[in-house]
Design a protein around this ligand. Sequence first.
Ligand SMILES: Nc1ncnc2c1ncn2[C@@H]1O[C@H](COP(=O)(O)OP(=O)(O)OP(=O)(O)O)[C@@H](O)[C@H]1O
Ligand SMILES: [Mg+2]
Length: 554
Amino acid sequence: MAEKKKVHATKAHEMAESHKEISVSEFFAKNRHLLGFDSPRKALLMAVKEAVDNSLDACEEARILPDLYIELKQIKEGRFRVVVEDNGPGIIKEQIPKIFGKLLYGGKFHRLRCSRGQQGIGISAVLLYGQLTTGKGMYITSRVGPKHNSNYYELHIDTKKNDPIVDKEQVVDWNKEHGTRIEVELEGQYQKGKQSVDEYIKEIALINPHANVIYKTPLNETMNFPRGVNELPKEAKEIKPHPYGVELGILMRMLQGTDTTTLSNFLSTEFCRVSPKVASEICEKAKLSPRAKPKMVVRDEAEKLYDSIQSTKIIAPPTDCLSPLGEEALLKGLKKEVDAEFYCVITRPPTVYRGNPFQIEIALAYGGGLEADGAVKIMRFANRVPLLYQQGACSSAEAIIDTIWRNYGLSQSKGNLPQGPVALVVHMVSVWVPFTSEAKEAIAHYPEIVKEMKLALQDAGRKMSSYIRKTVKAREQRERVNLFEKYIPELANSLSVLTGEKPDIIEENLNKVLKKGMKDLLAVAEKAEETKIKGDNVAFGEKQDTLGEFEDGD
Ligand SMILES: Nc1ncnc2c1ncn2[C@@H]1O[C@H](COP(=O)(O)OP(=O)(O)OP(=O)(O)O)[C@@H](O)[C@H]1O
Ligand SMILES: [Mg+2]
């Protein structure tokens, strides 16, 4: 028998002893800031946000006009109970533990479709944070229809295994035909003002005018946000990935995981915009047989396939999968929540970043009750979700700062936000929003995205400046007339002495002349303004056709 060789323990052996697998729950429990739970104040907001996002997604997917009830109760100093209830489709009994008690579990990650959620972390992260800070789990009630039971669950997460632990499970009476209610206790802080839960709910109502929201604050105030429109947004369509957006590693994984039996079939069924003809062209360029088995394609061949995809002309992905709010709904939402004297909405045509279709909508409000001192107010949204944190890290900040607002009548120092009584809404709609982190707070700086935002901002800026010019001009004319009117009696008296005519007749005639002159003056000013706006639009239209060369500053 061969003698067993003695192993000399080295430092590497010693280090190997300490290596072990880390579960995703353990990782996020230690790194909760990555999910947005970095302060008690923000944690309270995140809990409401994740639950509300899910409720709105579920209602829209089931084509139900959303009715949401949100309640925050203060249990003691620094501890709150968050309640979010919806009238959505509900969740089937078997799914409830995994949805709430397992991180990276959800139905939205593997699809390309406009939805608020994408990662499958949101709501289980809320449970995890609640558990970490209070030791308690989450309480869930859900019902899928009037003929079904209402199921109640109390859940924890086993962080080592990233699996749910069911503490309690029972059928309960619930006076709701369908929907879901979650309750969770957590360490938090309630404060009004900027980046608060109140602000978030207000913005939710603005960007989701089809939702009816009732919100009860910890101070026992009830805020009602009734529906502004009675139609649901257009149904979001799911699309297949576009070949230009896929990375080599993902292509290799797709080749291994596909059910198709030929390369040509793989390309034309797993991607959008690849016809059998285009598939043959890609295979030919890569020097691979269209009949090759996808699972047999080795790494080097996959790389050739990848290169060949990049050099083949493939039409852009379809854009009917995007569901922007639209001018009317956005305007209604904005008017409902922002008191101003001038509003405008710009919707850019859909376009593509890294193979993903997206679209930018901008709304601008000016004057009225808006604060005139300080920087403009910015409200950012992605697929109808307000983004309250990381404003400076968002591509929208870059687009706003790089737009030359002095051209549109606002003051702005270089590299800073413009100043003035303006509220700006920037909304990105996409089948995949490229967030800079799992906390989904800021949109990444893809040049295509920044460019679209800038073009829309410039257009809104032009509309605002023409309004400012018009109203300011009219105001100045009126002031001049008022001044004249003040001197008419005095002038009439002097003229009466000189001419012998009665002062009241002279006064009447002078008033007539003034009125006519004023009318003519305003008509001339208006005509000049119209010509200027027309000229502006023509210039803008021309520049829009050559997007790449467009620069602000005209
Ligand atoms: N109120 C609800 N009604 C119906 N289904 C729900 C509800 N809340 C969650 N779900 C389901 O649970 C899944 C997981 O939700 P979770 O918030 O963890 O992830 P997500 O929404 O898919 O992505 P993200 O991490 O970006 O929020 C969702 O994909 C959805 O299918
Ligand atoms: Mg979610």
